[in-house]
Design a protein around this ligand. Structure first.
Ligand SMILES: [Zn+2]
Ligand SMILES: [Zn+2]
Length: 325
């Protein structure tokens, strides 16, 4: 029997008082007791998981995942003003954003972390000590960023806004690299960006996802015949580089179960991939398993599909996704 991991509850990560949420979301309050325990209400509308990506790819990565108790940013590579504007436009108040989770210390994931933290002093920076040290070694990152740091550890779940979050190791060439599995209401949102291969632990978490953000970085032919210098081409292709469309497609075909409802392809290369190529590779592979694929736009056709497949745009925010039980 596997040992049940400890759940760490961070001090000072206050839950939003339920009444406040109820007024805001215009939902009928459940009992205070249930709200305090984080027990999901019977009303599915109060058990949603929200997701939005503000940008994805080597020019900058940042997304938000949240529940009615608040939420968290994953990576901070998109301009702070744009992120805050988009959150506001979708009804998220910054005081309900508890902090930033970092997948690794590459510039396209951390560039605006300090700006975001300085503008929102209640927020915390959740990352491993090695990622923090990677950040502190970088020019242009304020040393004061460490004042916001809360250390996390791979494979040790912790709780933010009633979401149970577990970081898992992925192979890539940052100082330390990880994906996150975020559980709420018995559903799992999993993100694995910037990984050169799918290792056993990454596979474990991703195969339990209901909503999965996974990298489809390059099309092999485009990379091979593209403009990159040879050393960079081989760096990208190693197990510590990035996943290509066919790797991702084959992996998804292998792990697919009917519990998987959404797949977001992320970190598409500008020079070595196109959304059409990435979508086609994954769609073809999943259709071979008999999976009916939708576009995630909530059309009637989408509702009849088994799985929604979306390629995350590089610069524009996505729509505000609401995952219902
Ligand atoms: Zn990246
Ligand atoms: Zn990276």
């Amino acid at each position: 029997m596997a040992k049940k991991p400890t759940v760490i509850k961070f001090q000072g990560q206050m839950e939003i008082p339920f009444e406040e949420f109820a007024a805001e979301a215009n939902v009928a309050p459940i009992t205070k007791l249930a709200a305090r325990r984080g027990a999901p209400a019977d009303n599915p509308a109060t058990r949603v998981i929200n997701y939005i990506s503000f940008g994805s790819g080597s020019s900058g990565n940042c997304s938000y995942v949240g529940t009615r108790y608040g939420g968290i940013l994953i990576d901070a590579g998109v301009k702070a003003d744009d992120v805050m504007l988009q959150l506001k436009a979708n009804g998220v108040r910054m005081e309900n954003v508890k902090g930033i989770l970092l997948t690794h210390d590459h510039g396209d994931h951390i560039k605006y972390a300090y700006t975001l933290l300085r503008a929102n002093k209640h927020m915390r920076l959740f990352c491993t000590l090695r990622v923090l040290n990677g950040l502190l070694r970088r020019h242009g990152v304020s040393k004061r960023i460490k004042d916001y740091h809360v250390p996390i550890f791979k494979e040790t779940p912790f709780r933010i806004a009633e979401m149970e979050i577990t970081a898992f190791d992925v192979p890539h060439d940052g100082t330390d690299n990880m994906g996150f599995s975020i559980s709420y209401d018995n559903r799992n949102f999993v993100i694995a960006t910037d990984l050169g291969a799918v290792t056993e632990r990454a596979r474990y978490y991703m195969s339990r996802a209901n909503y999965l953000v996974i990298e489809a970085n390059y099309d092999l032919q485009m990379l091979l015949f593209g403009p990159y210098p040879e050393y960079l081409k081989s760096r990208i292709r190693t197990d510590h580089g990035h996943l290509d469309n066919t790797d991702t497609a084959a992996f998804l075909k292998e792990i697919y179960t009917e519990n998987l409802k959404y797949v977001f392809l992320c970190h598409l290369s500008k020079d070595n991939n196109t959304p059409a190529k990435a979508l086609k590779a994954v769609r073809t592979a999943l259709e071979e398993r008999g999976v009916r694929i939708g576009d995630g736009e909530e059309t009637i056709l989408d509702r009849e599909s088994d799985l929604q497949l979306v390629a995350l745009p590089r610069f524009e925010p996505t729509r505000w996704y609401v995952f219902r039980p």
